[in-house]
Design a protein around this ligand. Structure first.
Ligand code: GDP
Ligand code: MG
Length: 352
């Protein structure tokens, strides 16, 4: 329902705020979800589009999938462009298919729009899976969202999960905050590196070391891979993990030749087992739900105060002029704006 955040103008482009048409919309969403769960790939593709576009059916769809989500194991793959994420995803899909598991792939690549080369290229790299009914491959754009992650990625993930896929691989280009975002989405995060890309230096500064559950050094068929492994090992030695914590392994693979992929699959299973035994899986999923809720709230507030023509925007402009001119401090201005949006200050102030 749109009621929770009502009080401002409807948010164009942020369908999250539009009160969905109750009866017919819900029936349509329920039908699509039932079809997707029965294995209809077109119904699933339609659902992902509805979610990604923030359509009027977004809320009915999310309502329809709620009870079915939470089954899939989510594997995040991140790394620089060209490091071999798509090729590696293809190799892992092959492993999981070999076990009879159904696998979804969501590729979030802000460097190439949905209509561009990304999907085509990935389909070529995953071509052996493109016609397999047990595999669903989909690119997500990252439009209108700062940072790497598509704003709709958590919801798209939920939809694929609810459609009954056992594993969902989320592939995302590592740019800036992307690694942290993907780690908040995935049960297991793979940080992928390759020789000749200056990756190990990048890793140290970008905070990648903290988010990685497994380090993959891809292209081990190329010279320089062992150096990357060595650099990484040295860096990890400087970042000791406490007792009971997971120690991220470093696995050298060639996604192209298949070398090391068995070992990697074994490491992924070991991580899943650790997640379950340690209670970390439940903790991560709770954190994911929390992120998802606050992401929706923040997007809604942002759409109201800055992203819309009309009252919200001119009010922001008015306040900005006061702040720029020294007539008001930015916290007071923010409080005013939040108060007007019906999300007034809490006991400690909204921004404290
Ligand atoms: N030599 C070698 N090349 C690879 C390997 N994995 C991927 N590549 C190549 O690296 C390029 C980028 O791969 P891609 O999977 O698209 O990388 P992404 O941008 O991270 O998704 C392609 O030309 C791949 O064929 C590997 O293990 N060894
Ligand atoms: Mg790719």
């Amino acid at each position: 329902m749109g009621g929770q955040l009502a009080g401002g103008p409807p948010a164009a482009g942020a369908g999250a705020l539009a009160p969905g048409p109750a009866g017919a919309g819900q029936r349509r969403a329920d039908e699509l979800v039932a079809a997707a769960r029965a294995g209809d790939p077109r119904a699933l593709a339609r659902l992902v589009s509805l979610v990604e576009d923030g359509s009027d059916l977004l809320r009915p769809v999310m309502r329809a999938v709620a009870a079915h989500a939470g089954h899939a194991r989510v594997i995040g793959l991140t790394g620089s462009p060209g490091v071999g994420k798509s090729t590696l995803t293809g190799a892992l899909v092959g492993r999981f298919r070999g076990r009879g598991l159904r696998v979804g792939v969501l590729a979030v690549d802000p460097t190439s729009p949905f209509s561009g080369g990304a999907l085509l290229g990935d389909r070529v790299r995953m071509s052996e899976h493109a016609t397999d009914p047990g595999v669903f491959i989909r690119s997500l754009a990252s439009r209108g969202h700062l940072g790497g992650l598509s704003a709709a990625a958590p919801q798209a993930l939920r939809v694929v999960d609810a459609a009954g896929f056992d594993v969902v691989c989320v592939e995302m280009v590592g740019v800036g905050q992307a690694e942290v975002e993907i780690a908040s989405l995935a049960d297991t995060t793979l940080v992928i590196m390759a020789p000749g890309m200056g990756d190990s230096i990048q890793a140290a500064k970008a905070g990648i070391l903290e988010v990685a559950d497994v380090f993959v050094v891809n292209k081990c068929d190329r010279p320089g891979a062992q150096e990357v492994v060595r650099d990484l090992r040295a860096m990890l030695a400087l970042a000791p993990r406490g007792p009971g914590r997971w120690r991220p392994p470093i696995v050298a693979v060639s996604a192209q030749t298949g070398e090391g992929i068995d070992e990697l699959a074994g490491r992924l299973d070991a991580h899943l087992a650790w997640l379950e035994e340690s209670g970390e899986l439940a903790r991560r999923r709770l954190a994911r739900a929390r992120e998802e809720i606050s992401g929706i709230v923040v997007a809604a507030i942002r759409a109201r105060i800055g992203g819309l023509p009309g009252a919200g925007r001119s009010r922001l402009r008015e306040l900005a002029e006061k702040v720029a001119g020294g007539a008001l401090d930015p916290y007071a201005a923010a409080d005013e704006l939040l108060g007007e949006q019906g999300a007034g200050p809490g006991p400690a102030g909204p921004l404290a």
